[in-house]
Ligand binder design. Sequence first.
Ligand code: NAP
Ligand code: DHK
Length: 531
Amino acid sequence: METTNCALLACCSKMASGERRKNPTLICVPIIGDSVEQMLVDAGKAKASGADLVEIRLDSLKSFSPHEDLKIIIKDCPLPTLFTYRPTWEGGLYDGDEKKRLDVLRLAMELGADYIDVELQVAREFNNSICGKKPEKCKVIVSSHNYQNTPSAEDLGNLVATIQATGADIVKIATTALDITDVARIFQITVHSQVPVIGLVMGERGLISRIICAKFGGYLTFGTLESGIVSAPGQPTIRDLMDLYNFRQIGPDTKVFGIIGKPVGHSKSPVLYNEAFKSVGFNGVYVHLLVDDVAKFFQTYSSSDFAGFSCTIPHKEAAAKICDEVDPVAKSIGAVNCIVRRSDGKLFGCNTDYIGAISAIEDGLRGKGNGSGIVGSPLAGKLFVIIGAGGAGKALAYGAKEKGARVAIANRTYERAKELANVVGAEALSLTDLNNFHPEDGMILANTTSIGMQPKVDETPISKDVLKYYSLVFDAVYTPKVTRLLREAGESGAITVSGLEMFIGQAYEQYERFTGLPAPKELFRKIMAKY
Ligand code: NAP
Ligand code: DHK
């Protein structure tokens, strides 16, 4: 298949759905197979998944007859082919004779490969050897892999120039993210380069390089057929690129949003917001952001391109400190879970957790007749026991007090329980006190710790024996939807309210702040009903 102007064609081509692609960045599925037959089966799956091309990792083959196998692959592959024969000294599996390896790449080129990947270390020798013999259609990608770190912007710039000087058609630089801010330097060389650049950052902290590269003019990104079956650390699946991140709709003016946390991979926010953005044609993409240092993140991603953020464990309190302005309620709580960048570039922080949680709990109480006839909040006068004194704990303590409840706070770090109790006017308990704390029946319990969150789903913050003293139990954890705490609370006769209710509720205001549009509440419920 002619791929010389593939990117151009892609940019103008209409997709099956009829939508016009907003970027020319190609999606390449890495094909790692024991046999040629398996590779061709997977290449068929890649085509069915909407990939633009496949990378044939010849070094993964268990047996390989170059002349015969390359002819078969090139003849039968349903997509344009990029051939890579990665040596062990550059992170691959090939540990044979170097001349033979380069002969295979030259043969693949002669037989009709669309792209050849050759390592910087041997690129000049290789390019000199094919001078005058390279078919017009074939592009040579000269690649450099750094499995330790991501160099400085200056060193990356020099590396681009060095690779370009070898005669590369396309520059490929793959580095390793020690911090999410490393990716900004790869975006910088990608957007400023005069030659096509594949700039990717390996590892979970490098994920946005594989998605937002479409915004910054990256030539290609890798998407795998199956989660975890990767040719380099951190590659998303092609399904996620296409369906979760709406990759084809990302363009230079797409605004970036995301969930800041550590860990953050469990978050369902990207599912929620990306589907909602797509439903109204909002030009935004929402990604997972594994952040170690909140201040450093915002100092690095300071442009208006990075427009809005949700914030989760353990950064809500730090987030409140780095915002230029904080909503008074969030200031009282001392935790921010939503940050938007205003038109003047300033960061505004607010807290939507408390409304999301308190509304869900009130609905739970009203739904069971516990206060359905009461004017005002069914929480008024009730003893509201909160486990946790972090961002979510503060939000609920503030919200419960505001609704007229009496509050008790139990926390692993007692001093934090005491500190929060003093601020809102509550009783402080240690976690161990909790199992002996039942001054009355009909109490309300809210877990705002991460206890019971995937993958530690067998954990619970409180003994089941005590749950009979509670009329309603809420768990902020929503992965899984029914935690051990909620299961045991239901078995003990309590009303249970899932963190998913809070999650949906806290997202309403965030969506409206991100987009300026009314929250699609029914769509939110429909999206989250699958979880
Ligand atoms: P955070 O600010 O980091 O607070 C974490 C709280 O959990 C702290 O009180 C901490 O106690 C406690 N904790 C953590 N690990 C613990 C352990 N192993 N044993 C006992 N206590 C432990 O986090 P956050 O933002 O409040 O979020 C807390 C949880 O609520 C997370 O799982 C988050 O996903 C969930 N959440 C869900 C929603 C939703 O929309 N459903 C909204 C907000 C939060 P120390 O003070 O002793 O460290
Ligand atoms: C969970 C929370 O802690 C909320 O406060 C965030 C986040 C969303 C999540 O996506 O899991 O707003």
